[in-house]
Design a protein around this ligand. Structure first.
Ligand code: FES
Length: 110
């Protein structure tokens, strides 16, 4: 069980490619999603290294999986509109899995 990253196009008309899937190999409660990407040297847009100062590490979480994370933080509300948050967009440095060993999928455009 681990966090699987899928790169999506910024153009919603383009389909997801299987070759753009990256498995972190782990799902750890104490590690944010940015940290999971860093485990496999996957760049997902962060420009501040997880300091909460860039707002560039955007990921999208599907509706059924949102219960497996902490709620959006105050910092995320600063960088993301209410509409984006309602659509499942988060900042990876602010998202923590609710428990170890989950099987999670996150989407990113970085
Ligand atoms: S990595 Fe910069 S805000 Fe999350």
């Amino acid at each position: 069980m681990s966090v699987n990253f899928i790169r999506i196009s910024k153009d919603p008309a383009v389909k997801i490619s299987q070759s753009q899937s990256f498995d972190a190999g782990y799902c750890l409660q104490g590690l944010n999603i940015l940290g999971h990407a860093q485990l496999i040297d996957l760049f997902i847009g962060s420009e501040c290294g997880g300091q909460g100062r860039c707002g560039k590490d955007r990921i999208q979480i599907s509706e059924p999986e949102r219960i497996h994370y902490n709620p959006p933080t105050e910092l995320e509300h600063r960088y993301l509109s209410d509409a984006l948050i309602a659509d499942g967009w988060r900042l990876a440095c602010q998202c923590f899995p609710a428990e170890d060993g989950l099987s999670l999928t996150v989407y990113f455009t970085g």
